[in-house]
Design a protein. Structure first.
Length: 261
């Protein structure tokens, strides 16, 4: 089975800086880590390979620094990696990101199973996986919390939904996005770390993946960020003591004093 994992490098801290003019994240001085959901995607790929055999390829679209995320993926059990990097990818929204990743997957694939995180912890849209499934014309299952079985071109899996689980049968080729509940990611082995240190990280440019220039970067991004701002802090909360009826009376008094009611 040929498995692909999409991993995004995200800032290690939640205290990220924003460019006031472009409204983009200032990533230059922020150390990067693998998006936490993508660590679960890597772990699940390794578990599927351990059960059914195959190879795992991890790809990441990002600046040259994202090669560190791919190196970490190798230390965790990924066989091959590719960094998708080109200046013309800058300013990509989720549509342009999904297009670029899809072109890369087509170029180095085809893959039977593509595993993404449910969402990134910086952009946080959860759109890239489903958009890629559409572009690659694969089946799609989001919020997957368990892969039960892969057999005869079919996968039986569990999807987390608001009030429980859905047990689903899906055909390969399949793209899934995974939740944190799916597994506990392993730590890198010493052998894996040694391998990761030595490995060359191949880079693919826009031309090499055969991308249409009008569908990548800012040109290919119909979404425009108008304004980005931090929510205004409204001060600390207050605990109201007493029995439920005393607390209700006390709350009403406070609301009247603050002229909310
Ligand atoms: P989600 O959809 O939440 O991620 C889900 C999963 O998709 C991840 O777990 C991972 O498996 C996969 N995935 C997502 N992104 C990648 C990736 N890059 N490589 C591999 N796998 C991935 N970002 C910039 O860095 N520079 C910019 O100039 C910039 N401009 C933007 C302009 C606009 C208008 C918008 C809306 C966003 C911009 N972004 C920019 C953010 C960028 O679009 C997102 O980081 C990217 O599209 C991924 O979306 P997301 O983070 O919401 O991913």
């Amino acid at each position: 089975m040929k498995i692909a994992v999409c991993i995004k490098q995200v800032p290690a801290s939640t205290d990220v800086k924003l460019d006031p003019v472009t409204n983009n994240l200032v990533r230059d001085d922020a150390p990067g880590v693998i998006n936490p959901y993508d660590l679960h995607a890597i772990e699940e790929a390794v578990r599927v390979k351990e059960r059914y055999g195959g190879t795992i390829t991890a790809i990441s679209m990002g600046p040259p620094a994202a090669s560190e995320a791919l190196r970490e993926a190798i230390s965790l059990g990924v066989d091959e990696v590719a960094l998708i990097s080109d200046r013309s990818f800058a300013g990509a929204d989720t549509l342009a990101t999904a297009y670029t990743l899809s072109k890369a997957l087509e170029k180095i694939g085809p893959f039977d199973l593509i595993i993404c995180g449910k969402q990134s912890v910086d952009g946080d849209t959860g759109q890239v996986g489903p958009e890629m499934a559409q572009m690659l014309n694969t089946s799609l299952a989001t919020s997957v919390s368990n892969i039960e079985e892969v057999d005869s071109g079919k996968v039986i899996l569990k999807r987390m939904v608001e009030d429980g689980y859905l047990r689903v049968e899906a055909n390969l080729p399949l793209l899934i996005t995974v939740t944190k509940e799916i597994n506990i990611p392993r730590t890198p082995s010493l052998k894996g770390m040694m391998k990761a240190k030595k490995e060359e990280i191949p880079t693919l440019s826009a031309e090499e993946i055969g991308a249409d220039q009008s569908r990548i970067g800012i040109l290919g991004s119909p979404t425009k960020v108008r304004r980005v701002y931090k929510p205004i802090s409204t001060g600390p909360g207050q605990m109201i003591e007493g029995t439920p009826s005393e607390a209700a009376r006390s709350l009403l008094k406070k609301l009247k004093e603050s002229k909310i009611v």
